[in-house]
Design a protein around this ligand. Sequence first.
Ligand code: CP
Length: 308
Amino acid sequence: MVLSTRHLLGIKYIQASDIQLILETADNFKEVLNRPIKKVPSLRDITIANLFFENSTRTRLSFELAEKRLSADVVNFSASSSSVKKGETLLDTVNNILAMKVDMIVMRHPLPGAPVFLQKHIDAQIINAGDGTHEHPTQALLDCYSLKEKFGELKGLNVAIVGDISHSRVALSNIFALNKMGANVKVCGPPTLIPKGIEQLGIEVSFNLRETLKWADAVNMLRIQLERQDKKYFPSLREYSNMFGLNERLLASLNKELVIMHPGPINRGVEISSEVADSDQAIILDQVENGVAVRMAILYLLARRNDE
Ligand code: CP
């Protein structure tokens, strides 16, 4: 089996069979990561550049670990300490990096569509590590992997996504991925943070957190993306937290084994309380752990696709 695509630009552009293949391949790499020697020679002849034009902790380190555990050669680029600061364009920056014989680009960029733009102008394979408010495909794939690990399958699962849906690339990629895998998706948040017409993506919308959580098997609690908000969308963080935050009182009152996810970084006490984030029902650190295996699977399958 091979992927239907040479790049991973977004979940929108891949098929359910691609997601299935990535999740199955990640199972093998998770087994590798639990061995005393966590390294395989699969990408020994491949050079990968990690280009981060925006801050990241999990995604950047997870990609770097995945690449090193596949024996790839790795170079890291951070826009804040680069010649971007001197006015160099994205295309000039990438073409100069590619001139050093780089095979694959992992890129996080604040502008939605930046990886799609780049793919039209360069030959190297591109993996989108998050582009503005558009997509974060590897996060959605690791979320799907973590849900499948917990529940056995995704088909028929009720998954709620709660918070700042309008500014969240995690929400959009998760909606595409979960839809393609046959899960049911409901988004919940203040009306000002849910895009009008989002139901057309085949999901439900709710403005009532308690009702949403009663329906859900799992909930993905999203951070308020204050850095992407150009105006005030709710009166105060305190009011947001009261209406759309998940705390131990609300969780206990549901009296069910709700699985709690969060892509990170967490704003403790806003969208989720510390007690809930650190509870046995939260799989937040499992998501991070699984991210390395899932990214190994993506890198491995894309490199193999290039050989075809
Ligand atoms: N989940 C996620 O993308 O986290 P980082 O911004 O730290 O990479």
